[in-house]
Design a protein around this ligand. Structure first.
Ligand SMILES: [Fe+2]
Length: 119
């Protein structure tokens, strides 16, 4: 099981969200590690390889973020609000949007969606 698990008895949906979040965290850490090494190495050929690897990790992180967006309704709502926007982020944060169904990660909404898909 991936690191960071603090609860037992989680639903299969919550476990998969945890797996994706833990993996996203690992990909973001890898981006940071590679980026730091790109910044400091004096060897241009090594810099090129490290930058390539860093950019691959960005692809991995983006894929996980998109899976989470598709899976967690509240995250979808927040990403739609902020990503690719312009202007003040704090002003945008102060705006109201329609409240998501369910609470927290929106997993209550996920359960509703699963029931709808099965019927
Ligand atoms: Fe990766």
């Amino acid at each position: 099981m991936s690191s960071g698990m603090i609860e037992t008895g989680l639903s299969s949906q919550a476990l998969d969200v945890h797996r994706a979040l833990a993996s996203l965290q690992e990909e973001l850490e890898a981006i940071d590690y590679y980026h730091q090494r790109v910044d400091v190495t004096g060897d241009e050929s090594l810099k090129e390889v490290l930058a390539h690897n860093r950019d691959d990790e960005m692809e991995h992180a983006s894929m996980l973020l998109e899976w989470l967006r598709r899976t967690v309704p509240t995250l979808d709502l927040q990403l739609r609000k902020f990503l690719f926007s312009t202007g003040s982020l704090t002003a945008l944060a102060a705006t109201k949007e329609a409240p998501p169904r369910g609470a927290g990660l929106g997993l209550g909404s996920l359960r509703d969606l699963g029931q709808k898909e099965q019927s």
